[in-house]
Ligand binder design. Structure first.
Ligand SMILES: Nc1ncnc2c1ncn2[C@@H]1O[C@H](COP(=O)(O)OP(=O)(O)OP(=O)(O)O)[C@@H](O)[C@H]1O
Ligand SMILES: O=P(O)(O)OC[C@H]1O[C@H](OP(=O)(O)OP(=O)(O)O)[C@H](O)[C@@H]1O
Length: 216
């Protein structure tokens, strides 16, 4: 039987996803090895894990070369795509926020605001909902620099602990929405491998529920 192929987001979500797969009973020794291998069997080979950048997880799942994927809601909101988003996995929790230099009133004056973000579509949709015309500048990282250097009036970015904002003299002006890791499934795989995939989703949802109960 062909393994179920799951694309995992490399980086911050990686170890939390592997922890979850281990709790579900899969031996993840291969995935724990700190080598350069990007495709690895786990368990008894019934699952194959693929390590990819966040946006590529969506691409691989949407195309069907991977059956399932674990990716942040931030990436899903930014990139969109056609797939099933079947579960909130309850880790990788952070939020999108609009942030400004401390003391700045964002809405004074009449000029179009300039907003810097790595997530240009998220920023665009946020201001469209407010019926505000803004200019958006795409920044690839360390987005907090843009308002500090005077390139932008504000940023739309991920906030987790708030440390990066604080250490750079910025504050949250408005929360945009919460973000967490999501389980996504290819549309054809969901039909063709329904039983196996539903079984995995159930196991993951159980794990989420158990963690919720522990937290409460
Ligand atoms: N503090 C945080 N900053 C950024 N992402 C976070 C944070 N906390 C949780 N996440 C989640 O982790 C995911 C992966 O983030 P990570 O920084 O590892 O990769 P990335 O966003 O692709 O950045 P890079 O290009 O630096 O690899 C994000 O898409 C988001 O869903
Ligand atoms: O609220 P905090 O806990 O400080 O986390 C938020 C910071 O983490 C992310 O940046 P990342 O470390 O991914 O680097 P980047 O700016 O290069 O994307 C995000 O873009 C914020 O800058």
């Amino acid at each position: 039987m062909k393994p179920i192929r799951i694309a995992l987001t490399k980086g911050r979500l990686e170890s939390k996803t592997i922890d979850m797969l281990e709790r579900l009973g899969y031996d993840c020794t291969n995935a724990r090895k700190k080598g350069r291998k990007l495709i690895m069997p786990i368990g008894n080979g019934e699952i194959e894990v693929v390590l990819a950048k966040a946006a590529d997880v969506v691409t691989y799942v949407e195309s069907g070369v991977c059956d399932m994927g674990v990716v942040g809601k931030d990436t899903i909101m930014e990139k969109g795509g056609t797939f099933y988003e079947v579960a909130d996995l309850g880790f990788g929790k952070c939020r999108f926020a609009l942030a400004v230099v401390k003391g700045k009133n964002l809405y004074e004056g009449y000029h179009n605001l300039t907003i810097a973000s790595k997530y240009v579509n998220v920023a665009k949709n946020f201001f469209e909902q407010k019926s505000m015309d803004v200019d958006i500048v795409k920044i690839e990282g360390s987005v907090e620099l843009a308002p500090v250097l005077g390139l932008a009036d504000a940023i739309v970015d991920i906030v987790e602990t708030g440390t990066t904002l604080k250490e750079n003299g910025l504050v949250v002006a408005e929360d945009v929405c919460p973000v967490s890791a999501r389980l996504i499934v290819n549309i054809a795989s969901m039909k063709l491998r329904k039983k196996e995939i539903e079984c995995l989703i159930d196991k993951m949802e159980n794990d989420v529920q158990k963690r919720r109960e522990k937290e409460a």
